[in-house]
Ligand binder design. Structure first.
Ligand code: BES
Ligand code: MN
Ligand code: ZN
Length: 499
């Protein structure tokens, strides 16, 4: 979908040619003298409509605007969250009908964060997955003009949001694809395609190279599958060569049966989403390529299937990780940490300024935080703070969880340096403690997105989270946004990532 930002008032928006006009009205609405504002005033004062978030008034062939469809959407207090809700309600109402061009305007000037929220809401409510359907009736909406009173004031945030939408939708696409349409090879191919289209560097390692690196832990997970593993290394080079990169590591289990410690049948299909961490890395890189911040970012994606088989890894097997530490695999369903630990060891070579891993890691995190906030664990307070802020700003929130050493007690093993599971208690923290053993000399954070990466039930599907959070974090790392470097105007010279 195409977004465009224009300077428009409500009355000038009413003159735009389009299929539908959405007017977002806050609770502090005061009528202007144009006919559209008068109509809204009348609906409010008569009590026939109220401006609470999500409340909608729909009109057809109103003589107050050029568009055949008019949607008046309440946004209450006008916070970004309320604005998103308002736009989502209006967009949902036009999702199934022949609306190709929409104009969105506001009775009160939205904040920069409000504009971001509106763009995200519009995309969210109109997204359609079609890849594996024979009749591909995709999104009807093609173009959305966002009208604000003062375009320059919110342009940066608007562009950020439009890029975030691209990234979120790429993450949704790969998350939603069934596992037979998103094998490790296909997922690695998606990374290569993305790199080709955007001029980024991408390397894909296969079983031989991974064996040579000594990633015995990663290899043990892949062993039971006939699909060969892949290890993807993506580079976004927007900053100076000598600038230490941020490394993102995404868990890419394209299907998690549990392996020999097999999962129950009910809802096992949802384990196609076990590569949503990897998909979020792809989505974030797609958005970076569009926004071109002056930073360096490396993306690492260990990807394979977790299957039971005659040659699969067995409970009690001891494997040797790239770090040299031996691991007793007590439960083959705790496979995410087994592939991430080797990626964490690999990350050390980039001398990163921060490493963030993103993983649908534990059911325990779903129990702890539900579908609202991702679990966040960090070895550095500064990194934790930056991620919390980024999540709040992007409406993609996370919550910091503890990392006390006492949580690692249960991981002691008689037969290896460490076991891959402990008891059920505090499972999300125990998993993070396991990962922490493999963290080198860099600030590290771990995002457990098991509860936030996809929705179950009738609205089953990938959410594209936490692309919004990651992008907000990375954009704030752009030295161009620090006062000291402001003078050199980083966006004047587009930093072309080297091929
Ligand atoms: N991919 C799952 C985590 C998961 C489970 C995410 C359910 C969302 C919903 C992960 O590989 C897993 O199976 N974890 C186990 C760990 C346990 C064996 C210590 C879990 O959470 O049950
Ligand atoms: Mn598992
Ligand atoms: Zn898993």
């Amino acid at each position: 979908m195409n977004f465009e930002l224009k300077s428009l008032t409500v009355s000038s928006a009413a003159q735009q040619a389009c299929d539908a006009l959405i007017v977002v009205v806050s609770q502090v609405f005061s009528s202007a003298d144009d006919s559209l504002s008068a109509l809204i005033h009348q609906a409010l004062s008569s009590g026939h409509w109220e401006s609470k978030p999500g409340k909608l008034l729909q009109l057809y062939a109103s003589d107050t605007c050029k568009a055949p469809r008019l949607l008046v959407a309440g946004c209450g207090d006008g916070t970004p969250k309320s604005l998103k809700k308002a736009v989502e309600a209006a967009a949902a109402a036009i999702k199934g009908v022949a609306v190709r061009r929409v104009v969105l305007c506001f009775t009160e000037a939205p904040s920069a964060a409000g504009v971001r929220a509106a763009v995200l809401g519009l995309a969210e409510a109109t997204y359609v997955y079609t890849t594996t359907l024979s009749k591909k009736e995709g999104r009807r909406l093609e173009r959305c003009v966002v009208g604000v009173p003062n375009r320059p004031a919110v342009l940066d945030d608007f562009q950020h949001a439009a890029a975030a939408v691209q990234g979120i939708e790429l993450a949704k696409e790969w998350g939603n694809r069934p596992a037979n349409h998103a094998t490790p090879t296909l997922l690695a191919g998606a990374a290569q395609d993305l790199a080709k289209q955007t001029g980024m560097r991408c390397e894909v390692l296969g079983p031989k190279e991974v064996a040579k690196l000594g990633m015995g832990s990663f290899m043990s997970v892949a062993r039971g599958s006939t699909e060969p593993l892949r290890f993807v290394v993506l580079h976004y080079d927007g900053g100076p060569k000598n600038q230490a990169p941020v490394v993102l590591i995404g868990k890419g289990i394209t299907f998690d049966t549990g392996g020999i410690s097999i999962k129950p049948a009910s809802e096992m299909d949802e384990m196609k989403f076990d590569m949503c961490g990897a998909a979020s890395v792809l989505g974030t890189f797609a958005a970076l390529a569009q926004l071109k911040p002056a930073i360096n970012v490396v993306g690492l994606i260990p990807t394979c299937e977790n299957m039971p088989a005659g040659n699969a890894v067995k409970p009690g097997d001891v494997v040797t990780s790239m770090s040299g530490q031996t691991i007793e695999v007590l439960n083959t369903d705790a496979e995410g940490r087994l592939i991430l630990c080797d990626a964490l060891s690999y990350a050390e070579r980039f001398k990163p300024r921060a490493v963030i891993d993103i993983a649908t890691l534990t059911g325990a995190c779903v129990v702890a935080l539900g579908a609202v906030r991702s679990g966040m664990f960090a070895s550095s307070d500064a990194l934790a703070e930056a991620l919390v802020q980024a999540g709040d700003a992007a409406l993609d929130p996370c919550w910091r969880m503890p990392l006390d050493d006492d949580y690692a007690e249960g991981l002691k093993s008689k037969f290896a340096d460490v076991a891959n599971v402990a008891g059920r208690a505090g499972g999300a923290v125990v998993a993070a403690k396991f990962l922490q053993r493999f963290v080198g000399q860099f600030p590290w954070a771990h995002l457990d997105i098991a509860g936030t990466a996809w929705k179950s039930g009738s609205s089953k599907g990938s959410t594209g989270r936490p692309v919004g959070l990651l992008l907000a974090y990375l954009m704030a790392q752009d030295i161009g946004s620090l006062p000291v470097a402001k003078a050199r105007s980083p966006r004047a010279k587009p930093s072309t990532p080297s091929a």
